[in-house]
Design a protein around this ligand. Structure first.
Ligand code: NDP
Ligand code: MG
Ligand code: MG
Length: 339
């Protein structure tokens, strides 16, 4: 088994006398900034004027422009959207670099040479394997989201100490961290989200929903069957693997899983997955996504609009209104605003 790193592997004292600039206060940014602060690390948040700036201030952070935050820190964690990082890096971060360690939560821009950091600074990544809101929520619950870490440049000789201390401070070492490279993290992250977690899953759910509705079954029922119930199944897999999930379902469901699952996700699907992986490895996917952003996202916006009006979404929106308890985040926001 690969070596896993846990709390005991990190040097507690690493952040003494050091300040971390968290650049961006979105999904990952708010979670990293708050977890670091709760772990006793001095944090300054780097942003542009806008919604996130207000939110970070409301949450009690010192907020500065990106350039000011970078200039005033020892460690810079870049948590901007990947497609925005190159421009902000060039204009606001790079000119302020005087030996700060540069950190990322995803290797995309460094691996695909969109950002080429100076040879004089440490470059590393700590990538939580989960959405930012869970990085925060699990930390508050005394748990954590596992993470990957990788060292791209280690000029100071302490880049690994920083990676582990950072992973510990955001709660990731409670769950375990695994060492990787920028290349492996980038390629597997893109593949995971495209083939399984996001792309594979949304396509599977929609195909199942459409099959039932086209056969004349009620859309509401199809929604419960192919979308709502998914969480319950995934929770069981998260807790106990495939075996744990199969223990809880009926033997009829398990037999259907064995005989029909491989008919749906068959060898042809796996062949296509391999082609998706090749596109990622050869940089074709990255090139297309960078070009799409340079053109202001015509295809992205068109598909997004179409997807949001899919029948499963319209049915789901109505059904979820009657189940406010399914959205814990929203429930917390409503409770907080009522205080
Ligand atoms: P978000 O889109 O959630 O956050 C964007 C943040 O960046 C906002 O605070 C936004 O502020 C700010 N921002 C955008 N443009 C600028 C700018 N020009 N100058 C200053 N601030 C700006 O990003 P994510 O948290 O999703 O992603 C951050 C990184 O984490 C990425 O590298 C991603 O791959 C990685 N990651 C993300 C995961 C996730 O769960 N989302 C999981 C693991 C890794 P404003 O309000 O002003 O727009
Ligand atoms: Mg990911
Ligand atoms: Mg990703």
């Amino acid at each position: 088994m690969a070596k896993m790193y846990y709390n005991g592997d990190a040097n507690e004292a690493y952040f003494n006398g050091k300040r971390v600039a968290v650049v961006g206060y979105g999904s990952q940014g708010h979670a990293h900034a708050q977890n670091l602060r709760d772990s006793g690390v001095e944090v300054v948040v780097g942003l542009r004027q806008g919604k996130s700036w207000e939110k970070a201030e409301q949450d009690g952070f010192e907020v500065k422009t990106v350039a000011e935050a970078v200039a005033a820190s020892d460690v810079v964690m870049i948590l901007l959207p990947d497609e925005r990082q190159t421009a902000v890096y060039k204009n606001e971060i790079e000119p302020q670099l005087t030996g700060q360690a540069l950190m990322f939560a995803h290797g995309f821009n460094v691996h695909f040479n969109q950002i080429v950091p100076p040879e004089s600074c440490d470059v590393l990544l700590v990538a939580p394997k989960g959405p930012g809101h869970l990085v925060r929520r699990t930390y508050q619950e005394g748990a954590g989201v596992p993470a990957l870490f990788a060292i791209h440049q280690d000029v100071s000789g302490t880049a690994r100490d920083l990676a582990l201390a950072y992973a510990k401070a955001i709660g990731a070492l409670r769950a375990g961290a695994l060492e990787t490279t920028f290349k492996e993290e980038t390629e597997t992250d893109l593949f995971g989200e495209q083939a399984v977690l996001c792309g594979g899953l949304t396509s599977l759910v929609k195909a199942g929903f459409e099959t039932l509705v086209e056969a004349g079954y009620q859309p509401e029922l199809a929604y419960f069957e192919t979308m709502h119930e998914l969480k319950l199944i995934v929770d069981l897999m998260y807790e106990g693997g495939l075996e744990g999930m199969r223990y809880s379902i009926s033997d009829t469901a398990q037999w259907g899983d064995f005989v029909s699952g491989p008919r749906v996700v068959n060898d042809q699907v796996k062949e296509e997955m391999k082609r998706v992986l090749t596109d990622i490895q050869e940089g074709t996917f990255a090139k297309g996504w960078i070009a799409e952003n340079e053109n202001n996202r015509p295809v992205f916006n068109r598909i997004n609009e179409k997807e949001n009006t899919h029948q499963i979404e319209e049915v789901g929106r109505e059904l979820r209104k009657m189940m406010p308890f399914v959205n814990k985040q929203k429930q917390r926001e409503v409770a907080a605003s009522a205080k």
